[in-house]
Ligand binder design. Sequence first.
Ligand SMILES: [Zn+2]
Length: 699
Amino acid sequence: MFLSKFSTSGFILGSAMALLASAASAQTNPFVDPKAASGEHFHPQGKPPSAATLQYRDSVKAGLPFEDERDFEEHRRGFLKAPPFTKIMADAGHIAWDMESYQFLLQGKDFPSIHPSLQRQAVLNMGYGLYEVLPDKIYQVRGFDLTNVTFIKGQTGWIVFDPATTAEPARAALKFINDTLGERPVTGVVYSHTHIDHFGGVRGVVDEADVRAGRLPIVAPENFLHEAISENVFAGNAMSRRSRIQYATILARNPHGHVDQSIGKNVSAGAPGLIAPTISVSQPFQEITIDGVKMVFQNTPDTEAPAGMNTWFPDWKAFWAGENVTATIHNIYTLRGAPVRNALNWSKEINSAIYNFPDVEVLFASHSWPRWGNARILEVLRAQRDLYANMNNQVLHLANQGVTINQVHNVYEVPKSLQGQWAARSYHGAVKNNVRAIINRFLGFWDGNPANLDPLSPADIAPLYVEMMGGAQPILAKGRELNDAGRYRESGEILSRLVFAEPANQEARNLLADAFEQLGYQSESTSFRNSYLQLAAELRTGIAAGIAANANSPDVVRAMATDQWLDFLGISMDSRKAEGMRWTINLVTPDNGEKFVVEMSNATLTNIKGFAKSDAELTITIDRSNLDQVMVGARSFEELEAEGKARFEGDRRPFDELRSILTVFTPDFEIFPATANARPVPTNVKPFQFGYDLMSVTE
Ligand SMILES: [Zn+2]
């Protein structure tokens, strides 16, 4: 039984005692599913793995390199201490982080509802506590968030690399290392890249006043602030919804549900924030010494994030890979939605590290665990370099011979030599997504078939398919037959047509859910697994009620440029209701010296910075610091006007018209018809508020 390899010891929390404790506290901890420990399905209509899934599982297991246990040695190495708690509370009173809910993974059981390779990764991600990466120099607190909190020991204090997603886990990590190794101040912070799990917890480790007073630097790559905000502004609500599918953040933590996030267990739910960097790394390689520690920052734009960097510690031969090298194939296309990433450039930046830092002895990163020794590190770096380059080049090789976006995932194969390396497996980014994305990046979505130039919408073409297939009954019979034969992708195809044609046909929905569920169990990638399992649950019992539209972090909103917010208003207004509206508003923000002309014409809102029109119908004057209050939903324009903090000069009609057509987006739209929950979505988002949650768009 391969699970004998997952021995549990002190370095990961996990024991029969802890499981008993978790069962006892299950009523008070919403993350703990009492059925998880016994392996019972969390959903009343849930099915166990089928014979076909078990057979598939056995066949893939036989081909995996389980004899290579170096990851377990590396993830265990340097363990100093586990904390005496399994939960981190949010300042707001709820549970921000919980490791108890994943205890079921440490029972030494082989779960047939989890891909064997993914189960291995899910156990590796149970690392919890303080680890010494390089004695007296580099430490990591792991398992307090999706992201490791990394501490570099300077002459007088800690330099924190990537302070987690939210403040509470970051604060707990700092306290834990200080309690264990002795109290030291934070003397610097480094943000490796623009995703919120790498900066959101900064307020847990530093006081903004100290940063403003110049008492410690915050280092980030060039364009950090702009890219951190802009990647997620325009399609943010869709990304929030889609990330709830890709990450299945509200699915039960259970062997049949959520088991892992591939680069960590989950994302912490505390308070996200942002303090602007004070040092911008603009050179390809830039040396900076902080608190006596010499660092060479390697800028890596256009890789895992639009702005990012690695760091080389020349005196220690240690290499921080940010998120460019972790223990998985990463996302070229992340299913929550983002522009397709540049696989070739990603490969080139890893290659640059290989050739610029050839005597590396320690490799560590913001996720996963470190690697030690030059040969081992180069093995991992080369695997990752070759993987991204191979996907890019071989996909284009195939595309140049006519393989389309609708075939390539069934044609492309990762080279055998890479398939046998754990760090090149599809835990986070699925190769199938990535290779389709590469075609999309270079050629777009069209496969060249004119039938696909102007396709009918799924709900419009589905009735014809159902009619031609002889109605619902033969489709259900065939769907059942295909499911019984383990042909889930095919049953998914025909049953999906039936569900679109007959949204009320619960039998069809259940059969489709059964197919998705088995595909989820068979998936190595958490992006695939979570998407299949989340949609199976939605087909069975609808979208979970109570998915709130979240207000955003005030820090993040403050960092938005005013023109980004005006662009966002152009997206949140419903153009169909704006026919006939025609006006111009001047917006003036005296405290930062900015002005904008906002024009409504042809049912479209546009804006331009640096101009004012003398014949505008309305001029609104408001300090940007007060506009922030409107953007976070704390105050209305009217309240600020009554206090003399906003001035409206001219005709108010344009303002009233614009407000009347603004839509508040909520992250609960249907993927399949008739899956919406009857309960209204709670939202306290106000018009003009930038009202969705960048928290949910991390990787
Ligand atoms: Zn990350």
